[in-house]
Design a protein around this ligand. Structure first.
Ligand SMILES: *[C@@H]1O[C@H](CO)[C@@H](O)[C@H](O)[C@H]1NC(C)=O
Ligand SMILES: *[C@@H]1O[C@H](CO)[C@@H](O)[C@H](O)[C@H]1NC(C)=O
Ligand SMILES: *[C@@H]1O[C@H](CO)[C@@H](O)[C@H](O)[C@H]1NC(C)=O
Ligand SMILES: *[C@@H]1O[C@H](CO)[C@@H](O)[C@H](O)[C@H]1NC(C)=O
Length: 396
């Protein structure tokens, strides 16, 4: 169809109950049409409005091409997505983004609607998870330098690459986010963050093919609470140290979360022979339930997938002030806890609270391995802390 909607279809309403004098820009399109131009126009008008404004995408299913909604805006902007917007389903892409919200201070995104990345065909032909030399696939939703933002009641389905990428955010709260993609979809991280301060991720459900939440360099004061992950690759700080010019990570709290059927649960991973020397500190996991999770608790400072690094060199990333408290449930393999710290920079001030992780496989019982770390033990641990001889990590 690809019908484009001009100015005439964007009508401006004043609604009582939204905000004193907020303008509302509605996308007046019929289901099935392409709203890329209409949405860009509505966003641009909203962004130019001197008073708070709102863009409404109504119920229905719409096509949406690559779109960048960038500020700075004159006043706060709210986008209410009630329907579903769908990306094109082409397999070969070479594009890095689909929907971008950038440089907006005072932003809301809500409405109960969904972003459908239509990734199915692309996953099958793409090999970016194995090689650098590949056609890039678009991240579904990017927030670039968005501040004082509230993102809630939104779904992301079948992203071709990451579902949500947060870069340079300050004070952003995401809640009631639902992310789904098949377990075998490559690189479909749920929420990836980097260079951001004061992000909260609350009351959300993430079931995807790669990391549930991944925390990149330069992240500080991240709070994750009541998030359910799985399937997928769990919650991961890192990987850190792959590139030069990385920044420190500090102040990460993950509480009251459930991981079910994930490969890896709570993980901190750094590359050996790192290109930089940064510190990741003040990282705390508490009140976590794991259900049939392989490697439920894992610090891996020899992270080297596809042998892309020199494993013999010690990681130069320092891990300081880390805790795992009250982690319970079942492991999918015998490696319930593995703290494999750098031989060059042993982990400092690691606290282990109550741990109760069971494994019922025939090669059991569960193990708790430690290397280059002397954790401070609080409460009770099962398996017994640091009681097992270290075995090598399986090649990743
Ligand atoms: C954080 O952003 C929210 C809007 O989502 C705002 O209400 C709140 O005042 C901001 N907090 C600070 C400390 O600026
Ligand atoms: C987890 O939730 C329980 C029940 O609401 C609460 O008592 C506890 O303090 C929470 N844990 C953390 C670390 O916030
Ligand atoms: C645990 O997960 C594996 C797949 O990773 C599955 O084969 C197995 O049946 C699961 N076990 C239980 C007890 O759910
Ligand atoms: C680790 O915690 C100690 C005690 O709370 C504090 O003095 C120190 O500054 C922390 N180190 C880092 C790198 O955050």
């Amino acid at each position: 169809m690809g019908a484009y909607f001009g100015v005439s279809t964007i009508f401006i309403l004043c609604l009582l109950g939204f905000s004193a004098n907020a303008e509302v820009f509605s996308i007046g399109s019929s289901s099935g049409s392409d709203i890329t131009q209409a949405l860009l126009k509505a966003f641009t008008s909203a962004c130019q409005s001197p008073s708070p404004s709102k863009v409404v995408i109504p119920k229905g299913e719409f096509k949406l091409g690559e779109i960048e909604m960038r500020g700075p805006c004159k006043a706060p902007v709210e986008i209410t997505l009630q329907g579903t917007v769908k990306a094109d389903g082409n397999a070969i892409q070479g594009k890095e983004k689909w929907v971008v919200f950038g440089n907006i201070n005072g932003f809301k995104l809500n409405g109960g609607g969904a972003f459908d990345g239509e990734g199915n065909a692309a996953w099958r032909v793409n090999n970016c998870h194995k090689t650098f030399n590949c056609k890039k696939l678009p991240i579904s939703i990017r927030f670039d330098f968005v501040e004082n933002a509230e993102i809630k009641d939104i779904s992301s389905i079948d992203a071709k690459n990451f579902h949500i990428n947060v870069l340079g955010a300050k004070n952003m709260t995401m809640s009631n986010i639902k992310i789904t993609a098949p377990e075998d979809s490559p690189n479909t991280d749920g929420i990836h963050l980097g260079r951001s301060d004061g992000v909260k991720i609350l009351d959300s459900f993430i079931s995807t093919g790669d990391d549930c939440i991944s925390v990149g360099d330069g992240t500080s004061n991240l709070h994750v609470e009541k998030v359910t992950c799985g399937p997928g690759h769990g919650i991961s700080v890192g990987s850190l140290g792959r590139y030069g010019k990385e920044q420190d990570v500090s102040g990460i709290r993950v509480v009251n979360c459930t991981l079910q059927e994930t490969d890896n649960g709570l993980r901190i991973k750094t590359w050996p022979s790192a290109a930089c020397s940064t510190t990741a500190s003040d990282i705390h996991f508490e009140d976590i339930i794991v259900k049939n999770v392989t490697n439920p608790i894992l610090i891996d400072q020899e992270y080297c997938p596809w042998n892309q690094c020199n494993k013999k060199k010690a990681s130069t990333i320092k891990l300081v002030n880390i805790s795992f408290k009250n982690v319970r449930g079942t492991s999918g393999n015998k490696d319930a806890v593995k703290l494999l710290c750098s031989k060059g920079y042993p982990c400092q001030n690691v606290e282990i609270g109550d741990i109760d992780i069971k494994y019922s496989g025939e090669d059991g019982p569960a193990t708790f391995q430690c290397s280059n770390v002397s954790p401070k033990l609080l409460g009770a641990q099962s398996p017994e802390a640091c009681s097992s001889p270290l075995t090598k990590l399986p090649g990743q």
